[in-house]
Design a protein around this ligand. Structure first.
Ligand SMILES: O=CC(=O)O
Length: 334
């Protein structure tokens, strides 16, 4: 019997030992293509025929572009499983995968601690106006006392968490240690055990009453621009916003306006609407603390994410199922 074929889209950087367990049970194929047109041509040439499972990284979008109907039409019909290395899978059109009978997995929980850690770092940094001080220091303008922009303490402030999944709940746990009062809004209310004392409120209340707003919801067609001009208008003046989810859950141009008007006093960002481009209005604003999509960027978490994704590949090859199928596909027959 011929060996199963696994397509590797992207690289394994850390979990080499775990990846070897895949090479032991399957033929691993890497595309030669370096862009989408070449990749579609390579699929059509038959070079990838027989592949049943694909492992993909966030960065492999440079080779394939979005995983959409056009790409799925070009893929060999044998493909049944797409194992994505990452928590957010907005690069993948899930309804199109379902229509093409392709099951998709992601890496929930593996990213929670690292992403929540960066969220807290951005939250404190934005609250305390750290970018202003850092910039003054770098520009040689420090003369012995800090710049006049006094920050705020987190203690006693209301943290509104929009999206109370694994990352949101992890942020809540850590923010409690800073004395913050936690409120949240989610598609549905959590069990009291998962809420752990956080108060469930409407989106309008979350916007109107939060001192700090943390965005922790996934990006999909229904969450795009959840925070746009009408939502900024509802916010408590002087609110601080942190986004470690995806840039496009917030309208970046509207954020620039809200910062300029003072409605938003400061912001901490890890993600951007059109990565790797950053709106010039954000770059130019000293009230913006920014890092380049580093939420999961630690040795330990990258290793965990690769191992988690490899677990999905192994299960797909050996048993025709996934450890962490995306929620949109749970309940579908394998
Ligand atoms: O952005 C990081 C992830 O989606 O895992």
């Amino acid at each position: 019997m011929s060996r199963p074929k696994v397509l590797l889209l992207g690289k394994i950087d850390h979990a080499h030992v775990a990846w070897q367990t895949i090479a032991d049970i399957a033929d691993v194929i890497q595309p030669k293509a370096t862009n989408r047109d070449e990749f579609i041509a390579e699929c059509k040439s038959g070079a990838l025929d027989g592949i049943s499972v694909a492992y993909r990284t966030f960065d492999s979008v440079k080779i394939t572009g979005k995983i959409d109907s056009e790409l799925l039409d070009a893929f060999p019909k044998s493909i049944k499983f797409l194992c994505h290395n990452g928590a957010g899978y907005d690069q993948i059109d899930i309804p199109a995968c379902t229509a093409h009978d392709v099951r998709v997995s992601n890496t929930p929980t593996a990213v929670d601690d690292a992403t929540a850690d960066v969220t807290i770092w951005l939250l404190i940094g934005a609250l305390r106006n750290l970018p202003i001080g850092i910039e003054a220091l770098r520009a040689g303008k420090w003369r012995g006392s800090p710049p006049p922009a006094l920050g705020h303490d987190p203690q006693g402030k209301i943290l509104g968490i929009l999206g109370m999944g694994g990352i949101g709940r992890n942020v809540a746990t850590k923010a409690r240690a800073f004395g913050m009062r936690i409120r949240y809004h989610n598609r549905s209310r959590l069990s009291p055990e998962l809420e752990d004392g956080a108060e469930y409120v409407s989106l309008e209340t979350l916007l109107a009453e939060s001192d700090v707003l943390s965005l922790n919801l996934p990006l999909n067609p229904s969450t795009r621009h959840t925070i746009a001009a009408p939502q900024f208008a509802l916010m408590k003046p002087g609110i601080v916003i942190v986004n470690t989810a995806r840039g496009a859950v917030m309208d970046e141009a509207a954020l620039v306006d809200a910062l300029a008007s003072g409605k938003v006093s400061s912001v901490g960002l890890d993600v951007y609407e059109n990565e790797p481009e950053i709106h010039p209005g954000l770059l130019a604003n000293p009230n913006v603390l920014l890092v380049p999509h580093m939420g999961t960027w630690t040795q330990e978490t990258q290793q965990k994410m690769e191992e988690w994704t490899i677990d999905n590949v192994r299960l797909a090859v050996k048993e025709g199922k996934l450890k962490s199928i995306v929620p949109e596909q749970t309940g579908l027959a394998a």
